[in-house]
Design a protein around this ligand. Structure first.
Ligand code: SF4
Length: 363
């Protein structure tokens, strides 16, 4: 039997909405009470907020709207510029998918974000959470959502150490029908972000204590139980810093690859038994059809992605034969340290660039 919070759902809804009206944070993407939400802004904020803290997102959101104030301006922008504006926010597939989806909306829906859940959900990168958020907040549709905050709040309401996804979604589905579904969804997330926080929830300030089974049992700090962390795989990657006449060789990664569409140094994951120098030479040969001679390792950069940890060994290389050709990459360019500022480089590549442009290298 799925667990449910104690008390009546209608009373729980009322309490949440009253609390939200009095305590919601003033955030740049939130529409003033009674004003018409802009679906493009709502959607943008939801994409930016995935896996990223509110305080980090705020300045990005404002700057983004200065450059791309509406859906059409974003649809017309080249991917290179979109990724450059996203630089530093990480999880770049969000930006690529959002850009693809916005272009599709411009072409197929005349630039108006579809308010039909099935049509919206079919757009690139739109998962169940994003669909629930945009449909409920921007269009007032009774669509449920579950994110990390909601999961924690529900686990406490139901005193369930490990709630299954299906149970969480059915609880969200049961709660959302009624007045102001968008505010209701936001109220649960806001409660999780500001009161029902992961450690030491502020139960004394909680508007829904009487609906919370964990509060009644005194188990709120054990709900939900921590997930067993899986060991993260590790990749050892040789990165070729190829220098020629004061410029370094950059490549643009294929759009469907990890960090696709972004600029980087040519790189290859080391094979078993392969030295760093040999792997760096292979990276340039296979990716660009060019021969280089690897020299010293100029430094290492460690970076953690969601599913893999990577050690980048930055190896200084000199061209030996051939001109670069875009074989394993979309494009290539020679850039000075100054010119590199104009390319969208992910954070680890910026660190490699910093190592690579130390005075010992640019003589
Ligand atoms: S009573 Fe405490 S644990 Fe329960 S929902 Fe409120 S803040 Fe969270």
């Amino acid at each position: 039997m799925p667990r449910t919070p104690p008390g009546k759902p209608s009373a729980l809804r009322t309490r949440l909405l009253e609390w939200y009206d009095a305590h919601r944070r003033d955030l740049p993407w939130r529409t003033a009470a009674g004003a018409e939400p802009d679906p493009y802004r709502v959607w943008l904020s939801e994409v930016m907020l995935q896996q990223t803290r509110v305080e980090t997102v705020k300045p990005y959101f404002e700057r983004w709207l200065t450059r791309f104030p509406d859906l059409r301006s974003l649809a017309e922008a080249p991917l290179d510029e979109v990724l450059k504006r996203w630089e530093g926010l990480g999880y770049y597939s969000r930006a690529r998918n959002f850009h693809r989806a916005v272009r599709e909306v411009a072409e197929r829906f005349g630039g108006a974000v579809p308010g039909d859940p099935a049509e919206f959900r079919a757009l690139p990168g739109v998962g169940r959470y994003t669909a629930g958020a945009v449909m409920s907040i921007a269009f007032g549709r009774a669509e449920p959502l579950v994110d990390g905050n909601v999961r924690r709040v529900f686990a406490r309401w139901t005193d369930d150490p490990a709630p299954a996804d299906a149970e969480l979604w059915s609880l969200a589905e049961a709660l959302v029908p009624g007045e102001r579904p968008g505010d209701l969804n936001q109220a649960v997330m806001e409660l999780g972000a500001t009161v029902c926080v992961p450690r030491n929830p502020r139960c004394e300030a909680c508007p829904v204590r009487e609906f919370c089974a964990a509060y009644q049992e005194g188990t709120q700090n054990q709900r939900p139980a921590p997930k067993q962390a899986k060991p993260t795989p590790h990749e050892d990657t040789a990165t070729a810093v190829v220098e020629h006449e004061g410029r370094l060789l950059l490549v643009r990664r294929p759009v469907d690859a990890r960090l696709g569409g972004l600029w980087a140094f040519p790189a290859a994951v080391r094979k078993r038994g392969e030295g760093v120098a040999a792997a760096a030479e292979r990276a340039v040969r296979e990716g660009l059809g060019m021969e280089v001679r690897a020299g010293e390792e100029v430094g290492r950069v460690e970076h953690g992605f969601t599913h893999v940890r990577v050690t980048y060994h930055a190896v200084r290389c000199a061209p030996v034969a051939g001109e670069p050709r875009a074989i394993g990459y979309d494009a290539w360019a020679w850039a000075t340290a100054e010119e590199m500022e104009g390319y969208a480089l992910p954070v680890a590549q910026k660190k490699i660039a910093a190592l690579a442009t130390e005075p010992t290298l640019f003589r």
